[in-house]
Design a protein around this ligand. Structure first.
Ligand code: NAG
Ligand code: NAG
Ligand code: NAG
Ligand code: NAG
Length: 525
């Protein structure tokens, strides 16, 4: 449990803690809450942890911070100090992968893109054993493993090669001798494929590779290919995790490989374990090896998340990414509910309408979608009126209007209509109302009438109020324009809470100042 928790939080800046991991349980996705059994605070306070590994006997942790400081921890002992540590010279590169020798907890290996370092440690000292630098023909190192039944170690490279390391001098297979210092040297370079190797693992008596094309290949101890699992739509593999038990009823097959012949009578090796892959395009897949079936377990945003909007009445949050993925989560149950992928452009902004029936989304290509809040299906045809990427989107308090701002300094307003008995919005008018980036659009309510009012604020220091009632098709009327700053640049605007009879607009500027403006006269208080 600690291994899972610690490995999952290896990117945390400070300390080694337990964590939540989503796991696949049969066909059901469940979230198991892991309880930290031990937390080492401030293990590498300044630099964070770049790599972590746990020994086979589960007694020791190896951590590397900032790619250069290597520590070994006996995690069950109450001390906050490592059992041993060493500082690597900067020319060893940024060490970002580490793994213990499963046969010897006192031996581990780490690698950077260009250097592989072997370590032997006792209570006092970890000694980096050897390192080798290769030319570019080898490619960059990705991950290393110890061979399962000999003294070799292997490192995968971006040129599709496996570097084989072995003990220099006579082989010393006995345990006592293996604990003594020895030197590892690259003895062979095996070109296994053209595509870049991203993951290297040992599973039972196989060497397993994962690559940039999403292929998983199994080799025997002599690096003879046994079998390969691939699917055209799988991205670069980031990690592979094998199921502990065979998928068949217990006793059906004890071997982890079996021979199968298909209809064309060709015989192939089949792995008797299912496994889970994660890819660098933020997807997790389950591979059922009996059917070579790749099933998507979850898919997350591949690019930056720019847009987020909370449902006004339920515990829902909509999250939009630049990759076009829109996901709605129940944030109380931490449950993903529904998603939609937009392929034509990235999502820049999102807003629920005040009743929570609709979700409006603004895109990098200037389009605006109004979606059903539950199904995420389009409620009306998408709009293409913005002149540049849509940066802001907002509904008026009564949902009568929807307004957007875009990167081309324009504000566009849509008005609600009834279309064949169902509610929708249609384009009213747009205006190039600023000459520098728009920082905010703000709907409010008229003091005397409960009608909506609309303002926009730009880096051009203009606070523009629109006259929605007088605006008509293709004519957005400006009610007034006020310069709110002389030297500073205003960055955002909000309604100040009605705490007295007077009502105010609140702005904040790039000189760390907030200002109150009378909502009618726009005079600074
Ligand atoms: C390693 O395993 C292979 C196949 O399982 C076997 O043929 C070989 O003898 C083993 N080598 C050692 C050193 O155990
Ligand atoms: C209204 O419904 C009719 C028939 O269902 C359809 O032909 C028409 O296109 C619809 N109009 C709009 C504006 O959706
Ligand atoms: C909106 O305009 C109509 C006439 O065009 C007018 O009768 C109405 O009073 C106006 N409403 C507001 C809130 O100004
Ligand atoms: C704005 O200021 C004027 C003059 O001080 C005041 O009479 C008015 O009530 C203020 N307006 C609001 C909306 O607070």
């Amino acid at each position: 449990f600690l291994a899972w928790g610690a490995a999952a939080s290896a990117r945390h800046k400070d300390g080694v803690v337990g964590s939540e991991l989503p796991v696949k349980n049969g066909m059901q996705k469940a979230l198991i809450r892991r309880v930290p059994v031990r937390t080492i605070f401030g293990s590498h306070p300044e630099d964070g942890i770049s790599a972590i590994a746990i020994s086979q006997d589960a007694k020791y942790l190896a951590t590397i911070s900032a790619g250069t400081r290597v520590c070994v921890w006996k995690w069950t002992s109450p001390t906050e100090k490592p059992v041993c540590s060493t500082e690597l010279r900067p020319e060893f590169g940024y060490q970002d992968y580490v793994i213990f020798n499963p046969q010897n907890p006192y031996e581990f290996v780490s690698n950077s893109k260009t250097q592989v370092i072997f370590y032997l440690w006792d209570k006092h000292m970890a000694s980096p054993l050897s390192l080798q630098t290769f030319n570019s023909m080898v490619g960059h190192f990705s991950q290393s493993v110890f061979h399962f039944n000999n003294s070799q170690a292997l490192t995968g490279t971006s040129a599709g090669k496996l570097v084989v390391w072995d003990v220099v001098g006579p082989r010393t297979p006995s345990k006592e001798l293996r604990a003594k210092p020895h030197s590892m040297k690259a003895t062979k370079l095996v070109p296994v494929q053209k595509d870049s190797l991203t993951v290297l693992k040992v599973f039972e008596s196989c060497i397993v590779t994962g690559d940039v094309k999403g292929q998983v290949k199994f080799y025997d101890g002599q690096l003879q290919l046994l079998t390969c699992y691939s699917h055209s739509s799988v991205g670069p593999i980031q990690s592979i995790s094998f199921s502990k038990t065979p998928p068949d009823p217990p006793g059906a097959s004890l071997a982890y490989f079996s021979l199968r012949s298909d209809s064309s009578n060709s015989v192939s090796l089949t792995l008797n374990r299912n496994f889970i892959l994660s890819t660098s395009d933020a997807t997790v897949l389950h591979v059922a090896t009996d059917r070579t079936n790749f099933e998507k377990v979850m898919e997350e945003a591949k690019k930056a998340v720019n847009a987020i909007s909370c449902h006004p009445r339920q515990a829902l949050v909509a999250v939009g990414s630049h990759c076009g993925l829109l996901k709605v989560w129940d944030y109380q149950q931490t449950k993903y509910l529904v998603s939609r992928i937009f392929t034509q452009a990235g999502i820049q902004c999102l807003s629920y309408d005040p009743e929570g029936y609709f979700l409006a989304a603004g895109f990098t290509d200037g389009s605006v979608y109004i979606l059903d809040a539950i199904s995420l299906q389009s409620s009306c045809k998408e709009f293409k009126f913005s002149r540049g990427p849509v940066t802001h989107i907002s509904f008026s308090h009564n949902s009568e209007y929807l307004a957007t701002a875009d990167e081309k300094y324009s504000v566009t307003v849509y008005k609600r209509v009834l279309q064949n008995g169902s509610r929708c919005w249609e384009h009213l008018a747009g205006l190039h109302s600023h000459y520098k980036p728009i920082r905010s659009i703000l709907f409010g309510v008229q003091l005397d009438s409960n009608e909506p009012r609309l303002l926009s604020l730009g880096e051009d220091r203009q606070l523009v109020e629109y006259d929605l009632n007088s605006s008509s098709k293709d004519c957005l009327v400006i009610l007034r324009r006020d310069r709110v700053e002389q030297i500073a640049v205003p960055l955002c605007v909000a309604w100040y809470p009605q705490l007295s009879t007077e009502s105010f607009i609140l702005t904040a500027n790039n000189c760390y100042k907030m200002k109150l403006y009378n909502t009618t006269t726009k005079m600074c208080r």
